[in-house]
Design a binder for this molecule. Structure first.
Ligand SMILES: O=C([O-])CC(=O)C(=O)O
Ligand SMILES: [Mg+2]
Length: 642
């Protein structure tokens, strides 16, 4: 129920407007205020079948006399809850209604705006007459026009900015564009262009996206969360900007990453946009260039560490739980190693948390390896792995591979780990270095003489699989790739570091130097390569394949914790989606064009695992989880407003 005084409401899907009202009314604020009441068809408050009347009351000063206006009521259909269609919501609360002060504000609200697609009837009933030119177009034509416009821009960053503007103008157009043109637009809103966008985020800054929580907000994070206009949050992606892709410390400008990841949660995984919350924790930056950049948008100080950092983070984590409950998924993204492992360990037992760089990357790479075995033969345990880079991605992947090997063979984890070697900036990780190793590297120290150079490690260990997770570009040299190709008929080479500039080698280098024999995948996309008259298309081993479906699976099952077995389930689900036709082209990942179907399959396996492990709270378990996952997905189709 709602109360006009704003003292109580129970619908947890309230728009931000109504929540603001509730707050300001409670405090008796004298500033600009919007009073929201929910009424039933008789105009009485408190019915489920609500109309929301928005009344603008400007009581601020004599210059702004009380202004009352009750205008248009926009009503949606069954399946939508407060303007959002997703069965991850309670479907019984329908229909939804939104009142807007005027047609003019409707056109400026990205959640509801349809632009030229408003019908004649809608133009009549929502005060839009004259505010739009006469033509009425459909969604498809809008998409076609926007794609034509986007393609005029030759510089990817310009396309990124144009996409930002579309998102701010018309959300459903943005998501339809992205979904209908996923292969073309993923490299724009996501890796690699998002990396450049973060580097220049201050300069291209327009309207803020997401929530910025800096040291200035210490002690007030609860209030900050309440400033966000949505109440029913299902996924948070949070970064502190210290290790943005392979680009290093970009401080507050790392915000592009949570924003981009959450766009994918919606477009690829079907989580409704209003349930997604991008957050950047700003504790400063050690990036001198940014500290001296007049357009930098973050705190101009060096990074807080130790207790100051821990306290801010703790306050944040508990405020999140308090505001959004224990089933909100918190995805950690692009933290530096030293924080990434600690935060995951610290909050993994009290919150629904997932580190995409450790766990999402691991799951996508394991899926690619499972698929590769169809091309090269053998079991996982029969292969030997060498990693360049022993940080979050490298050790995360290694651990998941070792776990899967152990499950398949019954050999203890300590033993399966011995099939996996790692080389960091100081050389091969060997027992004699044990004392000085960071804790997350220790399980990977094996008996071997010290080796400094990658090429020498390759020659000595003779891996069948070489994985780059170093963040350092062009480190798989010709000599390294050629060495891999001398003792492997089909060397498996994954150059995972992002963006493209940091990739350990290019697709062209991998195919050319291995004489077309490599099974190659990379974190950032590469165009198909022609070598000796044959075209080689490579796969993108990017966690974008996993996290949207993984998150959907957690949400639809009401999971309260993440478990490694769920990651293994996600890998299996993804590997199963690689078709014979894909294999024939040498592909070990399915194309992104089918990503929603892939995500539904991943979600179903993850959810099934959550039920099996007793970690699911949404009961009863749906009979057909794939169908259920699909039915839960957000659609960007326009609603018609009565
Ligand atoms: O964002 C991406 O493309 C993959 C990823 O998580 C990273 O590189 O940190
Ligand atoms: Mg990342």
């Amino acid at each position: 129920m709602f109360s006009l005084n704003g003292s109580s409401f129970t619908n947890n899907s309230l728009s931000g407007v109504s929540r603001c009202v509730t707050q300001s009314s409670r405090r008796g604020a004298s500033g600009p205020m919007v009073v929201v009441a929910a009424v039933n068809s008789n105009g009485k408050p408190g019915d489920r079948n609500v109309s929301v009347l928005v009344e603008n009351s400007m009581k601020e000063s004599a210059a702004a006399p009380v202004e009352k206006e009750i205008k248009s009521t926009v009503t949606g259909g069954v399946g939508d809850v407060y303007g959002e269609d997703s069965a991850t919501e309670d479907q019984s609360i329908t229909p939804w209604t939104l009142s807007v002060a005027s047609g003019y504000s409707l056109l400026r609200n990205p959640h509801y705006n349809k632009g030229l697609a408003f019908s004649e009837k809608e133009r009549d009933s929502h005060y839009l007459r004259g505010l739009l030119p006469p033509v009425v177009v459909n969604h498809d034509l809008q998409v076609k026009k926007m794609m034509n416009n986007l393609r005029q821009y030759e510089v990817p960053l310009q396309r990124y900015i144009a996409m930002m503007d579309i998102q701010e103008m018309n959300e459903r157009l943005y998501y339809k564009l992205l979904m209908d043109n996923v292969e073309e637009l993923l490299p724009i809103v996501y890796t690699p262009t998002v990396g450049e966008a973060c580097q220049k985020y201050g300069s291209i800054f327009r309207r803020p996206q997401g929530l910025f929580i800096s040291l200035k907000e210490k002690g007030k994070i609860n209030e900050v969360l309440k400033n966000w206009p949505e109440r029913k949050i299902q996924v948070i992606v949070v970064t502190d900007g210290e290790r943005i892709l392979g680009l290093g410390d970009l401080g507050c400008q790392g915000m592009g990453i949570p924003v981009g990841k959450l766009s994918l949660y919606t477009a690829l995984g079907g989580i409704r946009p209003s349930a997604c919350l991008p957050i950047t924790i700003d504790v400063g930056t050690n990036n001198e260039d940014l500290l001296n950049d007049e357009f930098y948008i973050g705190l101009r100080q060096r990074r807080a560490r130790g207790q100051e950092y821990a306290e801010l983070f703790d306050e944040f984590m508990y405020a999140v739980k308090q505001n959004y409950g224990e089933k909100v998924l918190i995805q950690f993204e692009d933290f530096a190693n030293h924080n990434a492992f600690d935060l995951l360990a610290k909050y993994g037992t009290s919150h629904l948390v997932f580190n995409d760089d450790i766990q999402g990357t691991a799951s996508v790479v394991l899926a690619g390896l499972m698929a590769s075995l169809q091309l090269v033969g053998g079991t996982l345990a029969e292969h030997t792995f060498l990693f360049l880079g022993a940080g979050e991605a490298g050790t995360g992947i290694a651990e998941l591979i070792a776990l899967e090997m152990s499950k398949q063979t019954g050999i203890p984890l300590e033993e399966t780990r011995k099939k996996i070697w790692m080389l960091d900036s100081k050389g091969l990780i060997v027992n004699s270095r044990m004392e000085s190793l960071q804790h997350f590297k220790r399980p990977w120290a094996h008996e071997h003489e010290p080796v400094k150079e990658l090429v020498n490690a390759v020659k000595s260990i003779k891996p069948t699989v070489l994985i780059g997770s170093s963040g350092a570009g062009r480190t798989f040299t010709k000599e390294v790739v050629q060495a891999m190709a001398t003792f492997n008929e089909k060397p498996i080479i994954f150059a995972l570091s992002n963006p493209t500039s940091q990739s350990e080698c290019t697709a062209e280098e991998a195919y050319t130097w291995s004489e077309g024999r490599a099974i190659f995948a990379s974190g950032s996309p590469f165009a198909p390569v022609e070598y000796n008259g044959k075209v080689y298309a490579s796969g993108q081993a990017n966690n974008a394949y996993i996290f949207p479906g993984f998150g959907l699976g957690l949400i639809i099952s009401g999971a309260i914790r993440v478990h490694d077995d769920m990651l293994l389930a996600a890998s299996e689900a993804l590997a199963e989606q690689v078709s014979q036709e894909n294999f024939e082209k040498g592909l070990i990942y399915p194309p992104f064009t089918n990503i929603r179907k892939i995500s539904a399959n991943i979600a179903a396996k993850v959810a099934a695992k959550a039920y099996e492990l007793g970690l699911a709270t949404r009961l009863p378990e749906p009979v057909n989880l794939v169908a259920y996952a699909e039915s839960c997905m957000y659609s960007p189709a326009y609603r018609s407003y009565r």
